[in-house]
Design a protein around this ligand. Structure first.
Ligand code: SF4
Length: 426
């Protein structure tokens, strides 16, 4: 989501006449779009900002993203940062640009007569983004979250859930497809609680009907809102990728309750069963993949409770899991809890789960051998191409052909490893 927000910030600045600098040291204005999910991410931003200010006293530094609203952060950086704004308050940034832009460098910028952005936290999503490439694009469909999981900073940083109008999303996707984009990723903190003139399953169906050759995927979903209707649509719609990212976070019911996740281990496994059944019925010959997020060392998580996370991983047979060692975030419910699992133990638990993941991923990958898969080519290095399948598996492709980047090609999978597949173009 932050990558996508940054694309909108870039798009906004370019629309005001700004140009990207070659490097951070050449920039007259630097916008830090921060992540507050872990202390390490926060620390990285502090160190960047301290160094930048130390060596470039006249640079303008702006801070936005998930830590910008916090008073402790503003106090810490008050002599180094020129403006703090929450991403939903883009109008503050716009006003600041209007008031300060002539002081930056010697550029002659056109100053609009009045503020264009309405003061609502969804308005910034209407800004035309500057995409990082010409084949894969993020399209935010909503922002914010109402769920207040005990460990999570998102509802505090981004505010409550707000959905973009379906018509605006459809127009953006149509435009991207016309421009040749091949993979559209719909973004939201909780996409399946999207609600506008359509709900999320209806939105997916409408996107699937847009003419053209493209893929559509989405992140992230909440297991409590993952409906049977949505499962049916994913399984039936041809353009919807066979990849479902469904964060479970923990395998133990007491920990899930403490995390305020509002589902049980049994509910989660039942959902996976329904997904497997639907995929088998509607896309029987196409592999699908399931990925998840798991937090280890949540306050009070005993070794026995942790063993349930290992159990759910064995049962779910995930293709990918993004692990997080619990890190207390200011303002969240878990901030008040005792962070009582030692750092070393958190690392041990993560490593333990990662070993299970390696086994299930490799076993899942073996199903690809001999199959012909569509692959979107993303890069090339020393004559070897790298791309992704519709199931988000990394593929290494040997081909003497030129200019494959950004194209969907057919690849016969000849070899599989834990973290990637290998194949030949056909
Ligand atoms: Fe955070 Fe996701 Fe929970 Fe919302 S649903 S509070 S974004 S973890």
């Amino acid at each position: 989501m932050n990558v996508s927000d940054s694309e909108r910030i870039s798009g906004f600045l370019e629309s005001k006449g700004y140009k990207s600098a070659q490097s951070i040291s050449e920039a007259a204005l630097v916008v830090f779009n921060t992540c507050g999910i872990k202390q390490t991410a926060e620390n990285r931003a502090y160190s960047f900002i301290h160094n930048l200010r130390k060596h470039h006293n006249d640079v303008k530094i702006i801070l936005t993203g998930c830590i910008a609203h916090r008073s402790d952060v503003q106090k810490l950086l008050k002599n180094k940062v020129d403006l703090f704004f929450s991403i939903s308050d883009m109008f503050l940034f716009e006003n600041w640009i209007i008031e300060n832009c002539l002081e930056i460098g010697n550029w002659k910028l056109e100053i609009p007569a009045q503020n264009n952005l309405p003061k609502e936290n969804i308005a910034y999503l209407s800004i035309a983004p500057k995409h990082n490439n010409k084949y894969q694009a993020f399209v935010p469909i909503m922002t914010g979250c109402d769920n207040f999981c005990a460990y999570c900073v998102v509802p505090h940083a981004r505010g409550r859930e707000v959905s973009r109008p379906a018509e605006e999303i459809l127009a953006e996707v149509q435009d991207l497809v016309k421009k040749g984009y091949k993979h559209i990723t719909l973004l939201g903190q909780n996409v399946n609680s999207y609600k506008s003139t359509a709900d999320f399953p209806q939105l997916l169906k409408k996107i699937d009907r847009i003419p053209g050759k493209f893929w559509v995927s989405f992140v992230s979903s909440h297991p409590k809102d993952f409906s049977d209707e949505l499962i049916g649509i994913i399984a039936r719609c041809k353009k919807v990728c066979e990849w479902i990212h469904l964060p479970v976070q923990a395998g133990n019911d007491a920990i899930l309750q403490k995390m305020n996740r509002r589902y049980t281990q049994a509910h989660y496994l039942k959902l996976l069963g329904k997904i497997r059944q639907a995929m088998k019925k509607h896309k029987p010959r196409i592999p699908y993949s399931l990925s998840s997020d798991i937090i280890v060392g949540f306050p009070g998580e005993t070794r026995k409770q942790f063993a349930d996370s290992a159990k759910i991983m064995e049962k779910a047979r995930f293709d990918m899991v993004f692990f997080g060692q619990f890190s207390p975030r200011p303002g969240t419910a878990a901030w008040q809890m005792k962070d009582d699992v030692a750092q070393k133990e958190k690392a041990r638990r993560e490593k333990f789960l990662n070993e299970i993941l390696k086994k299930t991923t490799l076993a899942n990958n073996k199903k690809y051998v001999g199959k012909i898969m569509e692959v979107l080519v993303e890069k090339e290095k020393d004559g070897v191409y790298f791309g992704k399948t519709r199931t988000m598996k990394n593929v290494k492709i040997l081909s003497a052909k030129k200019d494959l980047i950004g194209k969907i090609i057919k690849v016969k999978i000849t070899k599989v490893n834990i973290w990637n597949l290998e194949g030949e173009i056909i």
